[in-house]
Design a protein around this ligand. Structure first.
Ligand code: HPA
Length: 266
């Protein structure tokens, strides 16, 4: 970890990031628009390379609305075969770089029947249904405690801030619980019914491991989902890939505007 931190610090010199953002599907553009320093994951000692096509796989540093921001353009997923400590390694690096606030974004399936494709959802809480936990193994006492409290993973103040920003911008913001399954399969209709019965509003394959580690490291966390589709079995018509892409595209600009406003107000 120290090697990774030293390498990044050497590249970014006196740029001291305060906010870390993990850009999910459809939000990667933000890093193209605001970009001062770029470091490909393949150049960073200790960093794995992302195997997901279409993910750039780089750290992007930029000053956005007066804040020093580090963006991950592409994340590491459990379904790619990375162990949990690899999936969450960048979050620990953010902590070591002095980052105080982490914004986690993702594309998700809508499980709440009132959600429509291209809705945005503020994550109020999560359910870890991945059958694994990133904190299993010896505890690193320099980062957090052995049995970390998870009663407020998603910082209340940041939730309020996101709601205020959305209102100001006239963006409808749903709220709900995000459940993470490993993927890479999408859920069956029966699984989606289970997810809803267990109390989740959206389902996806990321974010929860990173949120657990960020909370454990005592960083403030904001989670935002772009509801790309109604999860299997909710819609009467079958899931079409085109529809999903269209929804992601339609949500892109409001998603970006909301994140930019939140950054400004943090
Ligand atoms: N399920 C899980 N992950 C997803 C979905 C979904 O329906 N849509 C986008 N990511």
């Amino acid at each position: 970890m120290q090697k990774t931190v030293d390498f990044i610090n050497k590249q970014i010199k006196d740029f001291k990031p305060e906010i870390g953002i993990v850009l999910g599907s459809g939000l990667g553009d933000l890093a193209d628009e605001f970009c001062e320093i770029t470091i490909p994951y393949s150049k960073i000692p200790g960093f794995p390379t992302s195997t997901v096509q279409g993910h750039k796989g780089q750290l992007v540093f930029a000053t956005i609305n007066g804040k020093k921001v580090m963006m991950m353009q592409g994340r590491f997923h459990y379904y790619e075969g990375h162990p949990m400590d690899v999936v969450t390694f960048p979050i620990k690096i953010m902590k070591k770089l002095g980052i105080k606030t982490v914004i986690l974004t993702n594309a998700a399936g809508g499980v709440n029947v009132y959600f429509k494709p291209s809705d945005l959802m503020l994550i109020t809480d999560h359910i870890n249904f991945m059958g694994d936990n990133p904190l299993i193994g010896p505890n690193d006492d320099t980062l957090g405690t052995r049995f970390p409290d998870m009663s407020e993973v998603y910082t209340k103040d940041l939730q309020e801030l996101a709601k205020t920003c959305a209102k100001k911008l006239g963006i409808a913001l749903q709220e709900g619980v995000y459940m993470a399954l490993t993927g890479p399969t999408y859920e069956t209709p029966a699984e989606v019914k289970m997810v809803r019965l267990l109390g989740a509003d959206a389902v996806g394959m990321s974010t929860v491991p990173e949120a657990i580690v960020a909370s454990y490291c005592k960083m403030d966390v904001l989670g935002l989902s772009c509801i790309c589709n109604s999860a299997a079995g909710i819609s009467t018509v079958g899931l079409s890939h085109e529809e999903v892409l269209q929804a992601a595209n339609a949500a892109k600009s409001k998603f970006k505007n909301l994140v930019l406003e939140v950054i400004k107000e943090i």
